[in-house]
Design a protein. Structure first.
Length: 75
């Protein structure tokens, strides 16, 4: 099931839901079906460089270099 972001036209609530293709989502705040699907946000920039380094080290150890720049891949 994909995760979708919505804004409710009735109460302006913003929320994310896991939705199956056959389901019609409802606003968790007011129960309205009048929703606008939003473009999902990309995760925020990591504020702690040490965490990013550890994630990159683990990815490199597993052979996944997709999150490295071209310069970093050459090293």
């Amino acid at each position: 099931m994909p995760l979708y972001a919505y804004v409710c036209d009735a109460c302006s609530a913003e929320f994310e839901l896991l939705v199956r293709a056959s389901e019609t989502p409802l606003c968790p705040s007011c129960g309205s079906e009048k929703l606008q699907q939003q473009v999902s946000r990309i995760s925020k920039e990591i504020k702690y460089p040490a965490i990013a380094k550890s994630w990159r080290r683990r990815a490199a150890a597993e052979g996944d270099l997709s999150n490295f720049s071209k310069q970093e891949r050459k090293v």
